[in-house]
Ligand binder design. Structure first.
Ligand SMILES: NC(=O)c1ccc[n+]([C@@H]2O[C@H](COP(=O)([O-])OP(=O)(O)OC[C@H]3O[C@@H](n4cnc5c(N)ncnc54)[C@H](O)[C@@H]3O)[C@@H](O)[C@H]2O)c1
Ligand SMILES: CC(C)[C@H](C(=O)O)[C@@H](O)C(=O)O
Ligand SMILES: [Mg+2]
Length: 355
């Protein structure tokens, strides 16, 4: 089993280090780790945010553990050299079109949510975000216009792209509450009209799943008003990016939410994937021991489950995280004062108590 580890920038290396401690504690036989550079750190060392050798390392692995990229000192670089291109490049080059972002409350910890506890208690949603299309990868550019410089980013989805993410989402809904909400902006966007019609067509294969549709503006409002109505959400790249950050505040902190980015390639153990917290490099807290490593550790649990076929270990890691949160081990993002390392210590100790 080969895992490529790309820790990246800012708090990326801090939270990834804790996930690696947890992985080490599991003592999985036959596991090899490879480390590669991504983001601003890769740009400084190699002149590229996603060096060829990093991409090759990812291709040769069974899974990628990713920290975060982003550094404001790179804001003036041309787009292709900016750190964020590393994660966008990995997602597209590796065909990782399905981004799973689960957001579920931790029992008894409703008070950590930005919502009223009685509303927060109900949140248990899986956001299935399409990851290879939309404004992120459409035609884009800058030109002179009568109104000064004009930028554009074309939004588009074709039926094949919508079909494959819709199948992923319906299958995920089948394993959950059998309710799928497709989020779009079909009252305004042609892209969304094709999206909605295609999702309705794919639904014919999944008669057990109840499908509904919601405009993204309403979905954002419903996410904070009554998140319990959502079971599985399927949506495009941009809407999914925004709704998942919002869902994290409903749970408690962006430092709690993990993600899996999957494609079609199978390894000897499961599906090849890239695993990362949904948060970024958080330059405002980097290097201060303030980063919550839980999202990175829960991303490791998703890696164990989806790419390595290690369900038992995945559940152990998730139980350890639930345990330390129930014990009240929190960092500043949740109103506590535990450091990144202390949270990692607590997770490792808790793991030893769970068989
Ligand atoms: N996949 C990625 O690598 C990824 C994701 C999002 C943002 N980014 C990049 O990260 C940089 C910063 O972006 P941003 O500030 O908009 O988003 P961010 O997610 O990095 O931070 C947003 C806020 O949440 C806090 N936060 C984030 N993660 C935390 C954690 N684990 N523990 C405690 N607090 C945490 C930060 O301190 C900040 O106040 C930018 O360069 C952006 O492009 C990268
Ligand atoms: C850094 C950026 C390109 C990325 C995205 O927009 O997908 C991030 O916000 C995320 O959620 O992973
Ligand atoms: Mg995001």
């Amino acid at each position: 089993m080969k895992i490529a580890v790309f820790a990246g920038d800012g708090i990326g290396p801090e939270v990834t280090a804790q996930a690696l401690r947890v992985l080490d504690e599991l003592s999985l036989p036959g596991l090899t780790l490879f480390e590669g550079d991504v983001g601003a750190v890769a740009y400084r060392r190699h002149g590229q945010p996603l060096p060829d050798e990093t991409l090759e390392m990812a291709r040769a692995a069974d899974a990628v553990m990713f920290g975060a990229v982003g550094d404001f000192s790179c804001d003036d670089l041309p787009r292709h050299l900016r750190p964020e291109q590393a994660i966008l490049g990995l997602r597209s080059e590796l065909g990782l079109f399905a981004n799973l972002r689960p957001a579920a409350g931790f029992p008894g910890l409703e008070h950590l949510s930005s919502l009223k506890p009685e509303i927060a208690r109900s949140i248990d949603v899986l956001v299935v975000r399409e990851l290879n299309g939309d404004v992120y990868f459409g035609d884009k550019g800058e030109r002179a216009s009568a109104g000064g410089r004009e930028g554009w980013d074309a939004m588009s989805y074709n039926e094949a792209e919508v079909r494959r993410i819709a199948h992923t989402a319906f299958r995920a809904a089948m394993g959950r509450g059998k309710k799928l909400t497709s989020v779009d902006k079909a009252n305004v966007l042609e892209t969304s009209r094709i999206w909605r019609e295609t999702v309705i067509d794919v639904a014919k294969d999944y008669s057990e799943v109840t499908l509904d549709h919601m405009y993204v503006d309403n979905a954002a409002m419903q996410m904070v008003k009554a998140p319990g109505q959502f079971d599985t959400i399927v949506t495009g790249n941009l809407f999914g990016d925004i709704l998942s950050d919002q869902a994290s505040a409903c749970v408690g902190s962006i430092g709690l939410l993990a993600s899996a980015s999957l494609g079609e390639r199978q390894t000897g153990y499961g599906t090849f994937g890239l695993y990362e917290p949904i948060h970024g490099s958080a330059p405002d807290i980097a290097g201060q021991g303030k980063a919550n490593p839980v999202a990175a550790v829960l991303s490791l649990a998703m890696l164990l489950r989806h790419s390595l076929g290690r369900e038992e270990e995945a559940v152990r890691v998730e139980r350890a995280v639930e345990g330390i949160l129930a014990d009240g081990v929190f960092g500043g993002d949740l109103g506590g004062n535990a450091t990144t390392g202390e949270i990692g210590d607590a997770i490792v100790s808790k793991l030893l108590t769970i068989s």
